[in-house]
Ligand binder design. Structure first.
Ligand code: ACO
Length: 435
């Protein structure tokens, strides 16, 4: 980080001028340091949606949205997807460097050892309605972890932060699988520590006590890839939520639970579920045109789900990797003629040639093909966002650790432009006019 330059701003009301330092990062646009702006000018800055506002400094993930580049701790996502595993990437995100062989073995052992949840936690599940959305269960149960693990809630203690990180990473697949089994009315499947992280997750989701599910290596690889590609994505809505909740010194389980709530929305993590519903609603290739026209109509609220991104104005690199993986999984499952996959491919082709999508730089995002893969490996639609939350937990916790460890960390407290009534006096009930 360097202080390379500055920008002068003149207040035309008073003629006063100040210099704002420009801070350069290692990649991407620099930032104007506005921290003294209010003190100097008595003005706040307004940027709803954070279109031009950086909310923090971070060493973890970098996106170049125009070029379609995604780096975790400097490593391109394509190289990680080709050569690495989800757990190795978790270590990288959390600790800053790829592990050596000993570190990798130790880390895997630690995470594997902590996959069970406290048996009493199962009582929480039974309190939910049977038809509860698994994301509703996730928000509650992950928050409830703070009532079980008091011994790691000293957030100013680095060892406590590390233990909480390990617990979250290890237990989230179990918590997610339990939420699914509960909603299905099937017995809970306990973790099997002889399996890899992703194989164990699939086993807890797909097996029943009387019959283990047949889980192929291609399915395991695809799950590992999905987890890896969703692991972090700099300051998106849910990560910013985790940072904001955590900035009040709330415990990490409460902060991550807040992030799960933010992820649920269809403009964010909920889009993967919405993509599959949309493809089902389109139903056949010959109906695509109607939906494309609806997506372009400014008077119709319909949008092509899985298309467009706040940061990527180019093909989302994760979508490219998942498109290839979708071919592999469908071939493995003997479903290459899957009608929804055909609709997705054709929809992408039509949208890519359409001036509306071209001019707005709307390309498939990570959610466009992930649902097709998950559906092919037997995961139901209402679990897609849950799986996203399992994957993103390592990103949330790494960003939370980074924030809490920062010197001078302060509570996040945005300002506002007030547009309500000016001060006025209370009117007793009997004297109020009928409006
Ligand atoms: N279908 C049709 N038109 C779209 C779409 C879409 N999916 N996305 C954006 N547009 C249009 C907008 O209508 C707008 O058009 P206009 O300039 O004529 O008004 C223009 O493109 C810019 O859109 P914004 O809403 O300003 O873009 P923003 O950056 O705020 O939104 C978002 C990004 C929310 C992801 C949006 O593209 C969207 O709703 N996509 C569909 C939902 C989705 O797939 N979300 C997942 C995102 S990835 C993730 O969270 C993991």
């Amino acid at each position: 980080m360097t202080m390379a330059n500055s920008l002068s701003i003149r207040d035309n009301r008073s003629g006063k001028e100040i210099e704002l330092p420009i801070i350069e990062g290692t990649e991407g646009p620099g930032v104007l340091d506005f921290t003294k702006f209010y003190k100097e000018f008595g003005l706040f800055t307004l940027d709803p949606g954070f279109r031009s506002t950086a909310s923090c400094k971070s060493d973890i993930t970098f996106i170049d949205g125009d070029k379609g580049i995604l780096l975790y701790r400097g490593y391109p996502i394509e190289q990680l997807a080709e050569n690495s595993t989800y757990l190795e990437v978790c270590y990288l995100l959390l600790k800053g460097e790829l592990p050596n062989q000993d570190q990798c073995g130790e880390f895997t052992k630690t995470i594997t050892k902590h996959t069970m949840v406290h048996e009493q936690m199962l009582n929480f599940y039974r309190g939910y309605r049977r038809d509860a959305h698994p994301m509703a269960i996730m928000v509650g149960v992950v928050g409830a972890l703070s009532s079980f693990y008091h011994d790691s809630l000293e957030i100013d203690d680095p060892r406590h932060r590390e233990i909480s990180a390990y617990r979250l990473l290890a237990k989230l697949p179990t918590i997610a699988a339990l939420s699914y089994k509960y909603s299905k009315g099937q017995p809970f499947i306990y973790p099997d520590n002889s399996l890899s992280y992703s194989a164990n997750f699939l086993n807890m989701l797909l097996s029943v006590p009387c019959q283990p599910s047949e889980i192929s290596p291609v399915m395991v690889k695809a799950m590992d890839l999905i987890l890896m590609l969703h692991a972090d994505h700099e300051q998106n809505a849910s990560t910013s939520t985790v940072r904001l909740a955590g900035s009040s010194k709330a415990n990490p389980f409460a902060a991550i639970s807040a992030g799960i709530g933010a992820l649920w929305g269809p403009a964010h993590g909920g889009a993967n579920e919405a993509v599959l519903s949309m493809l089902q609603e389109i139903g056949s290739v010959d109906r695509i045109g109607t939906f494309v026209e609806r997506a372009k109509d400014p008077n119709d609220s319909f949008r092509l789900m899985g298309f467009g991104h706040r940061v990527y104005k180019n093909y989302d690199p994760r979508a490219r990797i998942l498109k290839k993986a979708a071919h592999e999984v469908l071939a493995d499952r003997d479903r290459l003629d899957d009608p929804l996959f055909k609709i997705a491919l054709e929809l992408e082709r039509i949208a890519q040639e359409d001036e509306y999508f071209k001019s707005r730089k709307l390309y498939p995002n990570v959610d466009f093909y992930s649902g097709i893969i998950q559906s092919a490996i037997g995961i139901p639609t209402n679990m897609f966002t849950v799986i996203f939350s399992v994957a993103r937990t390592i990103g949330w916790i790494s960003q939370w650790v980074e924030m809490i460890s920062e010197k001078g960390q302060a509570i996040g407290r945005p300002r506002q432009l007030y547009t309500g009534h000016k001060k006025r006096d209370y009117v007793p009930l009997a004297q109020r006019k009928i409006l």
